[in-house]
Design a protein around this ligand. Structure first.
Ligand code: UDP
Ligand code: MG
Length: 313
């Protein structure tokens, strides 16, 4: 089995303290499996000493491969670069902050050997997560589960194993705005799940700020589903019908029945309400359409997804 290569993909952004720790743990675990392996670190434009730490590892260990980004592109893109550049029969993506227990790699590989093409780590709970983040991810999964065209498993993480077949298909995706998990879920294939408890981040702070997460969630909704676009349409239809009926009622009550119920509607008041309402709706629609156009724009200008400054393999 030693001829088979396994790629471990570790995106890292400002993880100078965690890099040596995750390296040691991974080494320890991988020395106990019967596969050849490569550790691909993607340095996602870290501003700390991550680059130096990785250079050190590179010098002492030929199994360490490093992709240096020219700047910070975000975790989704970093993971993508790792998957694009790995050569293994399968790859495992894992966070550098030890929130994904490396010892689970045994279970991932066991499921893979039994024929699973994708193995997904599902998080039971996250001890360090703030209440807002918890609520946020709960709502995100509820909403996206309802409206998107693909099925996403709640609390499925980026701790995943992908078979070569899946990697090849994944490499055909060209979209720039991506939620790696979502794309993998879209692919289908035979899946298995592994449940685990996410530990506290070892060192440093989670760099996915709330704003970044909200942006990611919004982008995923837009790129994975056409529902918001349709929603604007439905809302428009509903409002038009409701306003039409209301208008009709007012006209009949006022002019045909000569105000028998004594509502005494003033014309400008009604007009003002209707106009305000419709302006609101138009703005919502415009906002949504702008999101889609921004997405189309990004795809259309066809920039490279990421820029590599240095690569040692
Ligand atoms: N990460 C990255 N680029 C970024 C932000 C994060 O490569 O712009 C990496 C980070 O180093 C870590 C993983 O992605 O290995 C998860 O990041 P974090 O712990 O900040 O996010 P969370 O645990 O909240 O998902
Ligand atoms: Mg983390």
């Amino acid at each position: 089995m030693l001829d088979k290569l396994i790629s471990i993909i570790i995106p890292a952004y400002n993880e100078e303290q965690n890099i040596p720790v995750i390296y040691d743990q991974l080494k320890n675990i991988l020395s106990r499996i019967n596969f050849n392996y490569e550790l691909i670190f993607i340095n996602d434009g870290s501003q700390d000493n991550s680059e130096k730490e990785l250079k050190k590892l590179m010098l002492i260990d030929p199994q360490v491969k490093v992709i240096e980004f020219s700047r910070n592109f975000g975790k989704e893109i970093a993971t993508t670069a790792g998957i694009n550049n790995c050569r293994g029969e399968c790859c495992i993506t894992i966070d550098a902050d030890l929130q994904h227990p490396p010892e689970l790699i045994f279970d991932f590989l066991a499921k893979w050997k039994k024929g699973a093409e994708i193995v997904i780590g599902v998080r039971q709970n996250n001890k360090s997560e703030s209440f807002i983040k918890k609520i946020g991810s709960f709502c995100f999964y509820k909403i996206i589960g309802r409206i998107s065209e693909i099925e996403m498993v709640p609390y499925a993480t980026d701790f995943r194993l992908l078979d070569k077949k899946v990697i090849n298909e994944f490499n055909r995706f060209t979209e720039k705005n991506r939620l790696t998990r979502g794309l993998i879920d879209w692919l289908g294939f035979k899946r298995e799940y592994i449940h685990f408890e996410a530990d506290k981040r070892l060192n440093g702070k989670a760099t996915y700020s709330t704003v970044k997460l909200i942006r990611l969630a919004l982008n995923s909704v837009v790129s994975l589903s056409l529902f918001p676009l349709k929603l604007a349409g439905y809302l428009g239809i509903f409002i038009t019908i409701a306003a039409g009926l209301l208008g009709l009622f007012v006209i009949i009550e006022k002019y045909v029945l000569k105000d028998v119920w004594r509502f005494n509607f003033s014309g400008p008041a009604i007009l003002a309400i209707i106009i305000l309402f419709l302006v609101g709706i138009i703005l919502i629609c415009l906002g949504l359409i702008a999101l889609y156009i921004a997405n189309i724009h990004k795809e259309a200008i066809n920039r490279p997804i990421y820029v590599i400054r240095e690569k040692n393999f």
